[in-house]
Design a protein around this ligand. Structure first.
Ligand code: IPE
Ligand code: IPE
Ligand code: MG
Length: 253
């Protein structure tokens, strides 16, 4: 079978793809395995999409790996997941370097164990010279946590006299988020069959195209990513304008 990579219009690749990697537990359960086996298999899917995204020319990929709300899962699952991330970072960093990937983390790092922070720092440092795709790992992340923090930081800055409330624009708000300097996602993918955003990048996905698939995350492969990109390219992004305005604009280019 020919790869869908060839069907992608290289002039209109989404610059930034955000992914809610869901369905690990159900994938494992459907095979009579423990939930943790699903998380282990999920790491292979992460490696595949990072390679596929790099090959397609995606510039930024933001992966929801652990949400603020996921802290409320059974302690054994939380501990296993956090440890798995350390193991995965140790194993995958050389591959990321080979692919030119630059790793970044977004989320409330203050809640992460020292072991996680150390391996994150090591991988971020080791990949910092990468000139290819930037991978943002969302860990202990939720959008409401991020927006609340941004509000606090803006109020503090105003009290210090560093900013003036009347000069706060949408760009100022964006600059106070963990995604500052990263363009908003063009495409948001959620695997696992549920059609919700579960507290992910609420501000940033204002005009993202949403793509849902029933596929469980450990089954997600390169072709699945290419299929989502091809689907994205079939859509007309109007940003509030009329279809005629968009077509006219395209004619001018
Ligand atoms: C997604 O898979 C991974 C994380 C949330 C960490 P789940 O663990 O949520 O799997 P399901 O949704 O229960 O199948
Ligand atoms: C979303 O999945 C979070 C991650 C993929 C990390 P969840 O499984 O936690 O989401 P809900 O609980 O189904 O909304
Ligand atoms: Mg889930």
């Amino acid at each position: 079978m020919e790869s869908l990579l060839k069907s992608i219009d290289t002039t209109r690749v989404p610059r930034h793809i955000a992914i809610i990697m869901d369905g690990n537990g159900r994938w494992a359960k459907s095979r009579g395995m423990e939930r943790s086996a699903g998380h282990v298999a999920g790491v292979d899917a992460v490696r595949r999409v990072i390679e596929a995204g790099s090959e397609a020319g995606v510039e930024y990929m933001t992966l929801y790996a652990f949400s603020t709300e996921n802290w409320n899962r059974p302690k054994e699952e939380v501990d296993a997941l956090l440890h798995l991330i350390v193991v995965a970072l140790e194993r995958e960093t050389s591959g990321m370097i080979a692919n030119g990937v630059r790793l970044n983390v977004i989320g409330d790092c203050s809640r992460l164990p020292e072991e996680s922070m150390e391996s994150l720092r090591r991988s971020i440092d080791a990949t910092s010279k990468g000139t290819g795709m930037q991978v943002n790992l969302a860990l202990s992340y939720s959008s409401r946590w991020e927006i609340t923090k941004a509000v606090r930081d803006m109020v503090d800055a105003a009290l210090r006299g560093d900013i003036d409330s009347s000069s706060i624009t949408e760009d100022t708000v964006s600059d106070y988020l963990t995604t500052r300097s990263i363009p908003d996602p063009d495409l948001l993918i959620r695997t696992g069959g549920d059609e919700r955003v579960s507290n992910f990048l609420l501000w940033q996905i204002a005009y993202s195209e949403l793509y849902f698939t029933d596929m469980y995350w450990p089954d997600f492969d390169k072709e699945a990513l290419y299929k989502a990109i091809v689907d994205y390219q079939s859509r007309e992004r109007r940003f509030g304008k009329t279809s005629e305005q968009i077509t006219r604009l395209e004619d001018q280019i």
